[in-house]
Write a protein that binds this ligand. Structure first.
Ligand code: CA
Ligand code: CA
Length: 323
């Protein structure tokens, strides 16, 4: 299917390295187990499914802020199943820049991203988003086989910036630079949006786009034991790392699964950003908080040997900087 495409070939992060049905989930460290169980009763292969929430201390950050429906995260992806039980009422608008005929998520990637960011806190048996009170924009840029292109991504970024997005989640990877995408990134940043993008899963050093562009938070992956997955891109251009291996979230049709990839680490950082937008202060008086939120994320990580960027995110530490 790639051969049908002209110009830059883009693959939405097929971050589906591991599915729940076949994976062996590493044990959750003892210090996290109790807190994970407080929020997530579901276990996958005996492990607390959403271990990432406690690992990045999102559950403790919620005691300071649980975000707000006024904070809007645009998910530029394969669409979102707006009827997913965990996402009811979260998606405030949908738009389609892909070649698909529908804004629905046939491929199943965008719904997984949406759940990590905004899944309801009310149904504790399944999934809770890092910023479970926030709202979502369903910006479909990838077709029903998961492929997208620079033109769709650039249009999606501009549409999101013009339609109320505070954060733009880009779990997509272009292997070549694109002036259109770079200009769209600059435009969105100038409108106050924070852009968060995946570093990619092909274990290389080569820059990936749009992650490498200025002011975009480029996200690498860690696992449950704060080790670095072998597939993670290790370039110096990575900004921060977040949990991206054996991550549990929502699929279309009220299904759930565990998957791995920097796509999912990216969504967790977007969730952190959504919490921060609810409390951030425009300290430098430029009219926007995207710069303060970016700095709070980047400067409040935990040191993890080998992790990309400044380390693995810590949502509690970052939220506390605005207290
Ligand atoms: Ca839930
Ligand atoms: Ca500012």
């Amino acid at each position: 299917m790639i051969s049908k495409r002209s110009g830059i070939k883009v693959l939405i992060l097929l971050a589906v390295i591991v599915f729940a049905s076949v994976c062996v989930v590493p044990a959750v460290p003892a210090e996290y187990e109790g807190r994970v169980a407080d929020f997530q009763q579901t276990a996958v292969n005996g492990t607390a499914a959403q271990w990432h929430l406690a690992k990045v201390m999102a559950d403790r950050a919620w005691k300071i802020t649980a975000g707000s429906p006024k904070i809007v995260v645009a998910v530029l992806d394969s669409g979102i199943d707006i009827k997913q039980e965990e996402l009811a009422g979260k998606v405030i608008a949908s738009v389609n820049f892909s070649t698909s005929r529908t804004t629905a998520d046939v491929y199943g990637h965008g719904t997984f991203i949406a759940g990590l960011i905004a899944a309801s806190v009310e149904n504790l048996e399944t999934v809770t988003g890092v910023a479970y009170n926030c709202s979502l924009l369903n910006v479909k840029v990838a077709d029903d086989a998961g492929f997208t292109g620079a033109e769709a991504v650039a249009k999606g970024i501009r549409w999101a910036a013009d339609n109320g997005a505070d954060i733009i989640n880009l779990s997509v990877v272009l292997t070549k630079p694109s002036t259109a995408v770079e200009e769209a990134v600059k435009y969105a940043w100038s409108k106050g949006c924070l852009l968060v993008a995946a570093a990619g899963n092909n274990a290389g050093l080569k820059p990936m786009y749009p992650a490498v562009y200025q002011n975009v938070i480029a996200v690498g992956a860690t696992d449950v034991n704060d080790r670095i997955p072998r597939w993670f891109n290790r370039g110096q251009w990575v900004t921060v790392s977040a949990p991206g291996a054996d991550i549990y979230s929502t699929l279309p049709g009220d299904e759930y699964a565990q998957k791995s990839g920097t796509s999912f680490a990216t969504a967790i950082v977007s969730g952190e950003a959504a919490l921060l937008f609810a409390v951030a202060v425009d300290e430098n008086g430029d009219g926007f908080v995207n710069d303060e939120v970016r700095d709070a994320i980047v400067n409040n990580t935990d040191a993890v040997p080998g992790a990309g960027g400044t380390g693995r995110i810590n949502v509690l530490k970052a939220v506390e900087t605005f207290e």
